[in-house]
Design a protein around this ligand. Structure first.
Ligand code: FE
Length: 230
């Protein structure tokens, strides 16, 4: 299935013979390429703005959206609601997309979401082996480790070893199911509700739902106590 990240194209990039020409300093011209990804992004943005292809205000809006309004708190609300409303949980596991659309949680990188439920028998874990497909509308921007070669390769080959490195040691009797995301299909793990959370309401429960618990590399846990402001 196709993926939608530019690194696929970069992998197939071939440098032309002109790349090998030495610069005036005698160093290969390659040394003039920016090594910092941020510099490359800035350069691209500058060119696109100069050509009138993008609006800087639109870029600022996107950055603001993903830095403050879209994040794991959205997925946590979905999980907490599923823990509290059996009918919602059942519908979510059957076809999550229309429910998430109703909650305003379908958008860029989250058009088709499948929710997979952890049980005492099966623990679910999500990876994108080809690049870094991820349900942005539910979890925000993917963490660096999710995009790393090591996680993408090892999540399938040795999931229990990877989970142990995240501090998650599963019981022998619980199998691990690994889901490979694509541009068309993103996955959200519905973790099991911790017994210690009995009696809490939906809003309080959402604070127990961590980002990693919705990727499958962690479990829900009580929120850290907030420090009193001096
Ligand atoms: Fe991907």
């Amino acid at each position: 299935m196709p993926h939608d990240h530019p690194d696929h194209h970069q992998r197939h990039h071939r440098h032309g013979a002109q790349d090998a020409q030495p610069s005036a300093s005698g160093a290969p011209a390659h040394s003039h390429l920016p090594s910092d990804p941020a510099l490359r992004v800035k350069t691209l943005e500058t060119i696109l703005v100069q050509k009138g292809l993008i609006d800087p205000a639109a870029i600022d809006t996107l950055i603001e959206t993903y830095s403050s309004r879209v994040g794991p708190q959205n997925g946590a609300k979905v999980v907490a609601r599923a823990w509290c409303e059996p009918a919602f949980r059942a519908a979510l596991l059957t076809d999550a997309t229309p429910l998430l659309a109703d909650m305003g949680l379908i958008g860029r990188q989250g058009e088709h979401v499948v929710v997979v439920e952890n049980t005492p028998q099966v623990h679910n874990m999500v990876v994108c082996t080809l690049c870094s497909c991820y349900p942005w509308s539910l979890l925000g921007i993917p963490p660096t480790w999710y995009k790393s070669d090591a996680y993408r390769a090892r999540a399938v080959r040795e999931p229990r070893g990877v989970l142990a490195e995240f501090g998650l040691c599963l019981p022998e009797g619980q199998s691990v199911r690994v889901w490979d995301s694509t541009a068309e299909m993103r996955y959200l793990v519905l973790p099991m509700r911790p017994e210690a959370s009995a009696g809490l309401d939906e809003a309080a429960l959402a604070a127990w739902v961590t980002r990693n618990s919705m990727i499958g590399t962690g479990l829900p846990h009580p929120p850290a106590p907030t420090q009193a402001q001096p």
